[in-house]
Design a protein around this ligand. Structure first.
Ligand code: AMP
Length: 372
């Protein structure tokens, strides 16, 4: 038994503390409420969408030690909805109450360089990459890469933010200045056939359930849609699941973990390349809300509360599309599609590119007729 599996299950009526109050926190709080658990959301933003659906809120910064300690004292377990929670905040709450996923998962995922080295050390593939700490490093790396690449900040990048596409002849000094001269990685651009992700849940006694894999399309680095089934051969999907389970085991992980992959190579010899992992519920798993026996949010809550995991079985084919910015203004037109499950996050405004909701088209899988 690992340390992660020793806690007694939380009884209904217990409180799950969630660091972060965005849409992921909101959907986690809704899942907790369905199971008779309370959610206490900690978020600096007074307009956080998760506050609307949680029983308790703390509005405070992530460096407010007093507020963090008070929050930790009021809950039975703590989880988080984004991976850029300062480690100091995670450590402080973990002194008083269990934190799942654990610090190791959080720390590794916060730095692209550390994350890539960790994944490689497990024998899995990542895109060729170089650590960049200066414009000279970048000049050398571009020469070695000898192909189009992407310069990414090591920290705080998401949805394509903090990334610059570069060619061998581009000005390294200018590019490094553009990302604020902060530690970065240069990654070789992968000519991928498609992108997929594994969303899995790992619970007590190290039980792991994987959802079916979505085929993910991105626009400008932001997820556009996730379609299930992915259309990939079952053996390749299994390889991706095995790789994701290897990462989860190496992290002694508890909760939902998402691992994003590029499928590269040719059709006869496809190669899986890990892009990154997220130690939390994930946008490419939103379709599970409407197409699975137990969705990713409920399974995350079950895992961190020490409950038995729910089935990840899919009862429908699904296509989830994100609703960004002004798209939500068409809410009435969107609501006319009766086969579409609509989710709005209750965020104020309609800033371009901001994730404000999603919709999932559902096509139930016909049940096999049993002959007597
Ligand atoms: P990231 O924030 O690193 O997940 O990147 C966002 C999206 O940018 C990915 O989902 C891909 O569509 C694209 N991307 C990132 N890295 C690479 C790469 N090395 N090669 C090709 N496309 C990439």
């Amino acid at each position: 038994m690992t340390s992660a599996s020793l806690c007694a299950p939380l009884k209904p009526g217990s409180t799950i503390g969630i660091l972060g109050g965005g849409q992921l926190g909101r959907m986690l709080a809704q899942a907790a409420a369905r199971l008779g658990l309370h959610a206490h959301i900690y978020c600096p933003n007074p307009q956080a969408p998760a506050f609307e659906v949680s029983s308790t809120r703390t509005i405070a910064q992530f460096d407010d030690r007093k507020a963090l300690q008070k929050f930790a004292r009021s809950v039975d377990v703590v989880t988080f909805e984004f991976e850029n929670i300062p480690l100091m905040a995670a450590d402080l709450v973990a002194e008083q109450v269990p934190l799942y996923p654990n610090r190791k998962a959080l720390e590794i995922s916060q730095d692209r360089g550390v994350e890539k080295a960790f994944i490689e050390q497990l024998g899995l593939h990542v895109a060729d990459w170089w650590a960049i700490d200066s414009a000279d490093d970048l000049t050398d790396a571009l020469t070695q890469c000898a192909a189009p690449g992407l310069l990414k900040t090591r920290r705080l990048g998401y949805d394509g933010k903090g990334q610059i596409p570069l060619d061998q002849n581009d000005d390294a000094g200018q590019a490094f200045a553009q990302i604020g001269e902060q530690p970065a990685v240069l990654e070789k651009k992968i000519n991928f056939e498609r992108e997929i992700s594994v969303v899995l849940v790992r619970g007590s006694q190290d039980q792991v359930n994987c959802y079916d894999l979505p085929h993910n399309l991105h626009n400008n680095g932001i997820l556009f849609s996730s379609t299930v089934p992915s259309g990939l051969p079952a053996e390749l999907e299994q390889q991706a699941k095995d790789a994701a389970m290897k990462i989860a085991a190496a992290l002694d992980y508890k909760g939902v973990l998402a691992v994003e992959f590029f499928v590269a190579g040719d059709a006869n010899a496809p190669k899986l390349i890990v892009n990154e992992f997220a130690p939390r519920v994930h946008n490419s798993g939103h379709w599970t809300l409407d197409a699975c026996t137990c969705d990713q949010f409920e399974n995350h809550v079950r895992a961190v509360a020490g409950w038995p995991l729910g089935a990840t079985t899919r009862h429908s084919n699904a296509q989830m599309t994100n609703l960004l910015g002004a798209q939500v203004l068409d809410w009435f037109e969107l609501a006319k599609h009766a086969d579409m499950a609509l989710h709005f996050y209750g965020k104020a405004g309609s800033k371009a590119g901001r994730k404000l909701g999603h919709m999932t088209k559902i096509s139930p899988i016909a049940a096999k007729i049993q002959t007597i």
